[in-house]
Each structure stands twice: as structure tokens, then as C-alpha cells.
Design a protein around this ligand. Structure first.
Ligand SMILES: Cc1cc2nc3c(=O)[nH]c(=O)nc-3n(C[C@H](O)[C@H](O)[C@H](O)COP(=O)(O)OP(=O)(O)OC[C@H]3O[C@@H](n4cnc5c(N)ncnc54)[C@H](O)[C@@H]3O)c2cc1C
Length: 504
């Protein structure tokens, strides 16, 4: 049996522990023993409130029931992200929903929409979740099964409670939880890590070490010195200031089943509704605004009711590891890389990494290089793909009202992949053939929502047809049927989770 030691008990550490124990020890097999060392003094990052739909499959594999998860983590539904003020300072919001209904992806609907007067938004033309989100519907009926829906939906949740819940779940299934600090690392003759020394003095040996120590990067960086690929030339934001707004301080009238991202003077602010509070946070660039001014801008954005609420200030660097797996150490979570949370991708990178690790798991003895190389390649590709997609949001903005936006929208801030794709899409709408990697988190459908939400125009000089796009009949039918079946978001939460219904 392989012995795995995970350093760090944030969301990354506990997703990794619970997933490995569930998947590798499935069906009575006992392939691994898993221990988690969590520092009692270094706190978790405490943010990470929005997810993407893959989280449902991950939680289901881990073996947690949907309602138990939602109750334990104060979770709500997320059907989409709405982007406000990204194109111009006052431009109307547009949605990036998780569904795209208008049949198969090469159906020519994009070409029709591009040539039209664009008086129905792209999202309303092809997505049922976009209009349903606007109207405040849950993505499923009250009696639909755990994680089941005809819609791809995700969640908003409390990051601390989520990690605690996974810790309880994992330890009940045999994961050992050690509350101590890793202070030193011992190496074998082969250069592999043989053990970690804890503050209490004990030495813990293992076959495989997983670094989930967050930005501290205790093993992958401090012990092994693995380098960093810097993404800051393409993404300027490096700080955040975050705030929790309880509903008994201020209730905004409903709990939106979508994340809002609104562009501000030097970055953007998130708005995430949980079952008992909202999470707000301003992601900004320290080169263009100082911390006090950013906090003031966040408070002004939220309103006077937040005057007495505390904020948390966070610093981060954007980029990824040069190698995710080096020697017998694998970095997962913030120790492996971070890209600003505009599309809620960080927990996805954890889900992806741990499922790839199960696929490439070194069950036998012998040379690991062949699996290490492949594991590194797929994780590298994922981070680079996310960088491109996040970069797209800034490249398409036409804002020039502040120094930040003038800098973020310069040609030299555009990745080469995005430059090449935009050149192509000025000639033709995106199609699946334009995406050459088999594993794509952000495929044609996601790119279309951002491109057309930002009103991207091609070079096509043919006269516009000026005909209104007719919303796909299929979409209209699904929206009408869903209005009959699905309760409003607050009602679903109140009835299924016994969450207080603040709108009553
Ligand atoms: C501003 C911001 C917003 C974000 N929003 C989102 C979002 O909406 N969606 C999303 O998916 N992600 C988001 N993220 C990312 C998300 O928070 C993280 O990916 C996720 O929480 C995983 O963090 P982690 O477990 O890697 O690190 P952490 O939560 O920082 O955990 C690190 C752990 O390591 C332990 N540790 C550290 N040093 C030692 C040591 N020497 N010995 C023992 N233990 C040690 C700590 O005690 C802690 O338990 C956001 C991040 C930031 C900065």
C-alpha cells in the first residue's frame, strides 16, 4: 500500500484527500493510506466561493450527498456569471451561462447572429440558463435527485465550511488528520523527499508527498526549488480585498443564482450570494491603486450598510509551476499556481489535478518519469488554457477611462494564442475545429459568450441583414417548461435546505 502525505488542509488538501481515498480505494481495494498535516497557526486562504459544473461530479465521486454538502457549506446555485461594465464603464451586463442549447456547435447560428442587428443578446439566443438566471430560477425542480438536472449548474459556497466538511468526511473514511507545522524536509539518496519533520519533533515518512500548503508552497518551492512561470505580463491584478455582508445587515432582495463580476477602476469586483450572506471582493492591480483606495472603492460599491464590516486584504501572484510533479512531490491548489478568479477556475484546477493523479497514479515500483511527464503536460496545458481565456476578457474591453484599463487593453498585454484566435475570428465565427486540444475547460461555447457579450465584430464587409435574430425555438420551449417546473432560487433553498427565506 502506498503512503501519501498531504501538507495543507485548505480546500485543495481536503478535496485531494477525500478524492484519493474514494477513488483509489474503491470497491474494497486498499491501494493507499492518506494523512493530512494541517498547520494550527497558518490559516487557510478562506476565499474560493464560486465553482464550475464539474464540482458536482467531483463531490459525487467523493461520496457526499448534494443536500448535505449544500447545508454544510451554506451553498447556493450558480448557473452563470454576469459581467457588468466590462465593455464600457456603463455597458449593460452580459451572461456567460453554463449551457448552450441551439443544437450542435457547428449549426451556423453564430454566423446568423453575427450578421443580424444583434437586438437579442447572444446568450438569450442560445441559452436557457441565461434568461432563467435573470428571472431568478433554481436550475432544478424540488424533487430532482442529488446532483441531477438537465442543466449544467455549479455552486457558490463558504470556502472555510467546505474545507471543514471535507475534513470530517475524509477522517471518517480513514484519512489521518495531524494538526502540526511542517518545519523541515528530509531527502533520500535519490533526491526524493523521504519524510517531513513537524514542529512537535516527529518525522513522518511517505512514498508520495502532495503539497497543498497554498501560497506557502512548503515542499514544491521551499524544499525542491521548482520554478514559477509568471503570468503577470498578461494579467495585471495581484491583490484582492474581500468582505462578507450578512443578510441581517443587508439583504439585496434576492439570492442571485449567478456570480456577478463588475469592472471597476483598477480591476473588478465579485458579488456572490450564499444562503446567509453575500461575499464581495475587489480584485485589483497594486500598480494602479493602493490598498486603502481599493478598500474605499469596494465599500463605496457596496454602500453605507457595510461601513462597520471588516475586510480581508489578500496578495497573490499569477502564474504556475514549471513542473507540477517533481521527484515524489506533487503540488495541487495554490502551491501549483493561481490565475485571478474571474471564471472561478482555481478549485477546478484542484479537481482536474486530483483526477489526473488517479489516472497516472504510480501504483507499482520503477521509473516514474513517463507518468510524471504526462501529468505535468496536462496540468501545464490547463493553466495555459485558463490564462488565455481570462486574458480574452481584458483584450475585448473597450474601456480607456482609467490608467489600468488603458494598460490592460494594450496589444502587448494579449497572449499570442488570443491574438491568433481573434485574428481568425475576425474572418469567421469560432468553431470546434479552432480548438485543437482534447481537454478544454473553455471551448467554443465559452468563447462565444465572451466574444459576443463584448460585441466582438469581425472584418466581414458584407452588409448586415439587420434582421432580428429569432431566439431558438428549442430554447424558448425549454425556458417555458422550466418556468413551470423550477421554483425560484430562494424558494428552493428554503424548502430543501431549511435556509431562512429573507424575501418573505
Ligand atoms: C481573491 C481570491 C479569490 C478566489 N476566488 C475563488 C473562486 O471564486 N473560485 C475558486 O475556485 N477559487 C477561488 N480562489 C482560489 C481558492 O481560494 C483556492 O484555490 C482554494 O481555496 C485552495 O486553496 P489551498 O487549499 O491551495 O490553500 P489554502 O486555503 O491557503 O490552504 C493552505 C493550507 O496549508 C497549510 N499550511 C501552510 N503552511 C504549512 C506548514 N508549514 N505546515 C503545515 N501546513 C501548512 C495551512 O494551514 C492551510 O491549511 C480565490 C483565491 C483568491 C486569492
Amino acid at each position: 500500500m502506498k503512503k501519501i502525505l498531504i501538507v495543507g488542509g485548505g480546500s485543495a488538501g481536503w478535496i485531494t484527500a477525500s478524492y484519493l481515498i474514494a477513488v483509489l480505494n474503491a470497491q474494497g481495494r486498499q491501494s493507499v493510506s492518506v494523512s493530512v498535516v494541517e498547520s494550527p497557526t497558518v490559516g487557510r486562504i478562506g476565499v474560493g466561493e464560486a465553482t464550475v459544473p464539474s464540482i458536482r461530479q467531483t463531490l459525487s465521486r467523493i461520496g457526499i450527498d448534494e443536500l448535505a454538502f449544500m447545508k454544510g457549506a451554506d451553498a447556493t446555485f450558480k448557473n452563470a456569471i454576469r459581467f457588468d461594465n466590462w465593455r464600457h464603464p456603463e455597458s449593460p451586463g452580459f451572461y456567460h451561462p453554463f449551457d448552450r442549447r441551439a443544437s450542435d456547435l457547428s449549426d451556423g447560428v453564430a454566423a446568423d447572429w453575427v450578421a443580424s442587428a444583434r437586438n437579442v443578446t447572444w446568450a438569450d439566443s442560445v441559452s436557457a440558463l441565461a434568461p432563467l438566471s435573470k428571472e431568478g430560477y433554481a436550475p432544478k425542480a424540488l424533487d430532482w435527485p442529488s446532483y441531477g438536472s438537465s442543466f449544467p449548474y455549479a455552486y457558490h459556497m463558504d470556502a472555510e465550511k467546505f474545507a471543514d466538511q471535507l475534513a470530517t468526511h475524509s477522517t471518517a473514511r480513514g484519512v489521518q488528520h495531524i494538526r502540526d507545522d511542517v518545519v523541515d524536509v528530509a531527502f533520500g539518496d535519490d533526491g526524493n523527499v523521504s519524510a517531513v519533520r513537524l514542529k512537535s519533533g516527529s518525522l513522518i515518512a511517505a512514498d508520495l508527498f502532495i503539497d497543498c500548503s497554498g501560497f506557502a508552497s512548503v515542499l514544491i518551492e521551499k524544499a525542491l526549488g521548482v520554478g514559477w512561470v509568471d503570468f503577470s505580463p498578461w494579467l495585471l491584478c495581484d491583490r484582492a480585498v474581500a468582505m462578507r455582508v450578512p443578510y441581517d445587515v443587508y439583504y439585496p432582495g434576492r439570492i442571485k443564482p449567478f456570480t456577478t463580476s463588475k469592472a471597476l477602476s483598477s480591476g473588478w469586483v465579485w458579488d456572490i450570494g450564499l444562503s446567509d450572506r453575500r461575499g464581495r471582493g475587489y480584485v485589483y492591480s497594486s500598480a494602479f491603486i493602493d490598498d486603502d483606495a481599493a478598500e474605499a472603492e469596494l465599500r463605496a460599491e457596496e454602500g453605507e450598510h457595510c461601513d462597520r464590516l471588516d475586510v480581508r486584504r489578500l496578495r497573490f501572484r499569477v502564474g504556475r509551476r514549471q513542473k507540477f510533479w517533481s521527484k515524489n512531490v506533487i503540488s495541487i491548489g495554490l502551491s501549483s499556481g493561481f490565475i485571478e478568479p474571474l471564471e472561478s477556475t482555481a478549485l477546478y484546477t484542484v479537481e482536474f489535478a486530483v483526477s489526473a493523479l488517479c489516472d497516472y497514479f504510480p501504483h507499482g515500483e520503477g521509473d516514474l518519469e513517463v507518468v510524471r511527464r504526462k501529468y505535468n503536460a496536462v496540468n501545464e496545458a490547463l493553466f495555459d488554457e485558463i490564462l488565455d481565456f481570462i486574458n480574452l476578457h481584458y483584450c475585448l474591453s473597450q474601456r480607456a477611462d482609467t490608467a489600468f484599463w488603458r494598460e490592460a487593453t494594450k496589444r502587448e498585454r494579449m497572449t499570442e494564442t488570443i491574438a491568433a484566435r481573434l485574428a481568425l475570428w475576425r474572418r469567421k465565427p469560432p468553431s470546434h475545429l479552432d480548438f485543437d486540444k482534447p481537454l478544454q475547460l473553455f471551448s467554443q461555447q465559452s468563447y462565444e459568450y465572451i466574444l459576443y457579450g463584448m460585441n466582438f465584430k469581425g472584418n466581414d464587409t458584407a452588409p448586415l441583414r439587420q434582421a432580428p435574430v429569432v431566439i431558438s425555438k428549442q430554447v424558448q420551449k425549454i425556458v417555458a417548461a422550466s418556468r413551470q417546473k423550477f421554483p425560484k432560487h430562494e424558494e428552493w433553498l428554503a424548502r430543501k435546505l431549511d435556509a431562512p427565506n429573507y424575501s418573505n
